[in-house]
Design a protein around this ligand. Structure first.
Ligand SMILES: [Zn+2]
Length: 332
């Protein structure tokens, strides 16, 4: 980001204050009025927007306790008078200009579907150049991460060389967004191998959640194979990851046969195919259990319930049997 002598918020007045933020390498550079409004949670929408582009909306003084996503102050300590020119731009207003659209994307709390669609209408090579320039041009971790999310959700294979380069140098610092980029930019086996290698350094306690958030985009039976040698105890995240892989009924039967923790993970996996609406990781995937012999479902689940009749198992078996049409796909 080019350093200018103008206040980062209003972009009109000279800079009076350089305020250390929670990112010491990237202080706020503000005029006295904007500095006061920043500290009293009373920025005008366009001032919040200009700061969010540089510092991200996740910084303490800009985050969603104090500002709506349209930049409106929620709990200002002084009156906020806003003219029409001081509103933030809409997606419709910025969508045809790549740089303005990338600015807009940084100010969103999540990289939303409508922004992804707008980004996909732009030239991929130009976007790759701009995304890389922004990544290397800032010290801000959130802004860098958003650029990697754009690589994951918009650039795909066009970013493969860059994603490989980042894996060599920045895999520890940006593991999650890089894993998402790996899922869309690299051949699946290479992407999973890189993530499996990285997961070797993760503690047993952190492994289920970290594995879920880094692997859920691949939808591969290799992940289920990997789970068989890495799940040492039950955790909700294992069932969420397994359902995101669209396992077969044969795999579910084999896990029920293995006993705990795999039997409990299998029950969660099947039940999760129904409960996706509460789960951002698998909501859009609509997972199913594939290649199911429908006639086997009830005998096998009730047989397991006989061996392990705790309340949790009873509840899950009830949910699965009741909703089997939604959970299972037929076939051998
Ligand atoms: Zn200012």
């Amino acid at each position: 980001m080019a350093v200018t002598h103008l206040c980062e918020a209003c972009k009109r007045n000279e800079i009076d204050v350089v305020k250390i933020s929670d990112e010491p390498a990237q202080p706020y550079r503000l005029c006295n009025d904007c500095h006061r409004r920043l500290l009293t949670y009373s920025l005008r929408p366009i001032e919040w927007y200009h700061l969010a582009i540089i510092h991200s909306p996740k910084k303490f003084l800009l985050h969603d306790d104090f500002y709506e996503e349209n930049g409106e102050a929620c709990q200002p300590e002084e009156d906020v008078l806003v003219s029409a020119e001081e509103q933030i731009p809409t997606l419709q207003a910025v969508q045809h200009d790549l740089e303005s659209l990338l600015d807009f994307s940084i100010t969103r709390w999540f990289l939303q579907y409508d922004v992804i669609i707008a980004l996909k209408k732009h030239d991929t090579q130009k976007m790759l150049m701009s995304v890389k320039a922004r990544f290397y041009g800032t010290e801000n971790h959130e802004v860098k991460s958003r650029m990697l999310e754009i690589a994951a959700d918009v650039l795909g294979t066009a970013a493969s060389d860059w994603v490989r380069e980042l894996w060599e140098n920045d895999a520890d610092e940006f593991f999650h967004p890089l894993s998402w980029a790996a899922a869309s930019s690299l051949p699946a086996e290479e992407g999973m191998r890189r993530i499996f290698d990285q997961l070797k350094c993760v503690s047993e306690k952190e492994l289920p959640m970290t594995a879920l958030s880094s692997l859920y985009r691949f939808r591969s039976h290799h992940i289920l194979d990997w789970m068989e040698s890495h799940c040492s105890s039950f955790n909700d995240s294992w069932g969420r990851l397994a359902s995101a892989c669209f396992p077969t009924w044969l795999r579910m039967k084999s896990w029920l046969n293995k006993g705990r923790p795999f039997s409990l993970i299998a029950l969660d996996t099947m039940a999760n195919c129904l409960a996706v609406k509460n789960d951002p990781f698998i909501e859009e995937l609509s997972p199913k259990i594939l290649r199911t012999d429908i006639n086997e479902i009830e005998p096998i689940l009730y047989d397991y319930l006989q061996k392990d009749g705790v309340p949790r198992v009873k509840t899950k078996v009830g949910i699965i049997v009741k909703n089997k049409e939604a959970i299972f796909e037929k076939g051998e």
